[in-house]
Write a protein that binds this ligand. Sequence first.
Ligand SMILES: Cc1cc2nc3c(=O)[nH]c(=O)nc-3n(C[C@H](O)[C@H](O)[C@H](O)COP(=O)(O)OP(=O)(O)OC[C@H]3O[C@@H](n4cnc5c(N)ncnc54)[C@H](O)[C@@H]3O)c2cc1C
Length: 358
Amino acid sequence: MVRDDAVAIHVAEQRAAGARPVSIELASGGELDADLAVLALGNLPPAAPPGADERVMASDRYEPDPWAEGIAERAAGDRSILLVGTGLTMVDVALSLAEACPDARLCAVSRSGLLPRRHGSQPLRPARTFGPIPLRPKLYDIVSRVEAEAEAEASKGGDWRAVIDSLRPVTNEIWTRLSEADRRTFVQRYARRWDIHRHRMAPEVAALLDRARADGQLVIEAARCVSMRPCEGGIEVELQPAGARGPETRRFDRVVNCTGPTLHLKAAGEPLLDDLFARGLARPGPLGMGLDHDPLGALVGADGRVSSHLFTIGPLRKGRLWETTAIPEIRQQAAELAAMLSGEIGRFSAPPPRALAS
Ligand SMILES: Cc1cc2nc3c(=O)[nH]c(=O)nc-3n(C[C@H](O)[C@H](O)[C@H](O)COP(=O)(O)OP(=O)(O)OC[C@H]3O[C@@H](n4cnc5c(N)ncnc54)[C@H](O)[C@@H]3O)c2cc1C
């Protein structure tokens, strides 16, 4: 194992005898040669929240990466902390800050103000199946079906979670069969609702969150960030609460960006991805999310050709796939890719790039 950052990948169109076709440039200045490369970069830090300009980004009172080390130490002594986002990332950050900074008042905002639902206390048995998916499903039909099944389940004393969980094995099948317009509508109108039901809190975590809210240490609000600017010892934030006439300005000692991993990789500022985009070796996936790739994870370049040497697994597959961030799905992708590559690696002498079938 080499501990370094990959900052560029070069793929030789024609290689000299004995030379390997892929060369990975490292931040330290070194280079690694390989027959192929798999990008498994995981989740990228969140995009800047709306209204955060360069002065905010440069402020030591703004935390751009909720998973960075040392936030709790830097927040020691803070009395008011704004968490932008109300999903699972916020839950993690709020609970660590509630413990590390007991005197701080935490305020978490998102446009919906919706929190992730909680897992039931009992395991769901027997597991349900969702039933056949039409070849060309319509988003509204799927949504109506899920709502009807959840209501029917609840009316007979069952658990709506069983219906949501029954979709997991077929989520990507539905996603890939939906029209592009329906996928866009899903992202714009339903993704948040889906996420809070699909990605739930453990009951113990939910209980800790309830306690922090009951103690007044954590407040959840439906509000949109309009603008932010650094001020003496903190950040002034203009918030537009849902349903209120106009925005209100509040001051916080610290702002933590908890909006979740960015899906739009072109703007992520990740040097390796920037290099791949700049040289046409990668292009964004559908709806601008993740990296475009074929069904086996081979990258699709700017010219639409499928790479024989560059692959990806995990969260970077978002766009072509919807369910691609949790360990079980990544494990399956890794197994499939390994099986394919171990069967094909001998053919890497110079296979021509394939055109992507639509
Ligand atoms: C808040 C939160 C909660 C989650 N909870 C769950 C859960 O309960 N269950 C679940 O299954 N999943 C969960 N996930 C998702 C899951 O943790 C991740 O999607 C998964 O770990 C991704 O695995 P990976 O191997 O693709 O990437 P990672 O585990 O993120 O590993 C990526 C690696 O790539 C390295 N890297 C990145 N860029 C470069 C570069 N340019 N050069 C060299 N190295 C680089 C990184 O340093 C890192 O070592 C959660 C995610 C989040 C954000």
